[in-house]
Design a protein around this ligand. Structure first.
Ligand SMILES: Nc1nc2c(ncn2[C@@H]2O[C@H](COP(=O)(O)OP(=O)(O)O)[C@@H](O)[C@H]2O)c(=O)[nH]1
Ligand SMILES: [Mg+2]
Length: 438
């Protein structure tokens, strides 16, 4: 857990040395952000769970909590217990004044006192602290110790984490080395699954829900206030400010909607949440398959372009479209089409002396090859490499997602999680769950 930007995903990348980002495809906006990464540590299979933060720019806190509810409940139902929870706290920002305290308090409620012994509070981003600021950073760490004193009293720990792999692996090794009988069931998991509570009835949900209700009441009060002002302005015939007040009222009314949606989300129980997230994950699966297909096609297309480019580089250099033997090289209907064979592209120019031949793709009229143009062999190779990288990421995303359908159909069955790795019986799990502004 930890605020957005605390370094949770970076921590996992350091440990697994896997890429995480998918560029494009609109996947990031439609996808669940909970991901499971599998690695080996001291001969043990370790699953690291990455999760989203509450102050996400595109997602509301209610949605994030719902997502956490879905995955954590699924894990608990399948008796897939956590070995430890790492709470990351960025030391480079003075966050323990507001959002940081709310985040830590939410974290404590989600985890529950009985699991504090399994918590590691790790401070991150020390490398961004200038030497003259070091005493301030140390003070912040001390504040974290104070705010997390109850965790420490119950056996939790505070550690400083460097930006390197060594420290991250040390923490993973520590957690993975825990005894089986020390595995954790979070308060949030127990309350959702065993006690059948709705999200807003859980300890962590209650905090968020109360905040939402307070914000809603405040906004509602402003809407009502502006309504009264509007009536007064109309009655008194003073209409100068009317447009302004009307605009204010519209804006305020509009901001009520997301809060109401979130309040509604918090009222949900596991059955509804499961249904909704399974549908979401089904769409994600389709989107991933589509993205994989698309990148395969692009790689094929770029490779063909490269082959043609090489063929052209090997062929005699035509001058003004005329080859050494006098025949036209590129303008015949059979001439190789370097980009999109169907769009009437006719290469006209010659190869360049270097392997980095360049080609232009003018937007008006047929495309032409010129020495100043944008497509080079090096460029194509780079594009192919980037596409290959993207494909790797898509494939790793496919692997890191537990199969939700199997979750739904086989509650209590461990195999549901085996899609993310084998050896679950001995697997250790570390949760790095984001709890940001609540
Ligand atoms: N300098 C520095 N940057 C970091 C560190 N950890 C994370 N970052 C950067 O902070 C940003 C947010 O990190 P990320 O891992 O995505 O945070 P998350 O929201 O907690 O998953 C990224 O740009 C990271 O590269 C760190 O220890 N040092
Ligand atoms: Mg992240």
């Amino acid at each position: 857990m930890g605020m957005t930007g605390a370094g949770k995903s970076s921590f996992i990348t350091l440990c697994t040395q896997e890429p995480l980002e998918i560029v494009g495809h609109g996947l990031s906006s439609c996808t669940s952000q909970v991901m499971m990464h599998t690695m080996t540590c001291n001969g043990q299979t370790v699953h690291l769970i990455d999760t989203p933060g509450f102050n996400d720019t595109v997602r509301s806190d209610g949605e994030t909590l719902q997502e956490l509810a879905f995955w954590l409940a699924a894990a608990h139902e399948r008796e897939f217990h956590l070995s430890g929870i790492i709470y990351l706290h960025p030391i480079n920002a003075n966050r323990l004044q507001g959002s940081g305290v709310r985040s830590l308090n939410a974290f404590k409620r989600m985890v529950g006192e009985s699991n504090y012994h399994g918590v590691i509070l790790a401070t991150t981003r020390w490398d961004e602290i200038a030497p003259e600021q070091m005493h301030l950073a140390s003070q912040r760490e001390q504040q974290l110790r104070t705010k997390g004193a109850d965790i420490l009293q119950k056996g939790g720990r505070v550690v400083s984490l460097s930006a390197g792999r060594h420290d991250a692996m040390r923490i993973v090794a520590h957690v993975a080395g825990r005894r089986r009988d020390e595995r954790l069931t979070l308060a949030f998991q127990r309350q959702l699954v065993d006690e059948g509570r709705a999200i807003y009835e859980t300890d962590v949900g209650r905090v968020l829900f109360e905040q939402l209700e307070t914000d809603h009441q405040q906004l509602q009060g402003r809407v009502e206030g502006s309504q009264a002002e509007i009536l007064k302005l109309i009655e008194s015939g003073k209409q100068d400010h009317l447009t302004e007040v009307l605009e204010f009222q519209t804006e305020t009314t509009n901001s009520l909607k997301p809060l109401e949606d979130d309040i509604e989300r918090m009222r949900k129980r596991m059955n509804d949440i499961r249904e909704q997230w399974e549908e979401r994950l089904r769409k994600e699966k389709d989107a991933l398959a589509e993205a994989e297909k698309e990148s395969e096609e692009k790689i094929k297309q770029k490779s063909e372009e490269l082959t043609r480019l090489h063929a052209q580089l090997r062929s005699p250099s035509p001058s003004s479209g005329v080859g050494r033997n006098g025949s036209r090289q590129w303008s015949s209907p059979q001439a190789p089409n370097f980009l999109e064979p169907s769009d009437g592209y006719v290469p006209r120019s010659t190869r360049s002396a270097s392997p980095s031949s360049t080609y232009s793709t003018s937007s008006s009229g047929p495309r032409s090859l010129t020495p100043n143009s944008a497509i080079t062999e090096a460029g194509l190779l780079r594009e192919i490499e980037e596409l290959g990288h993207q494909q790797d990421v898509i494939r790793s995303w496919k692997q890191i997602r537990p199969d939700s359908r199997r979750h739904a159909q086989q509650p209590g069955h461990n195999a549901a999680w085996s899609v993310v790795g084998t050896g679950l019986a001995v697997a250790q799990v570390v949760a790095a769950i984001a709890c940001t502004v609540m």
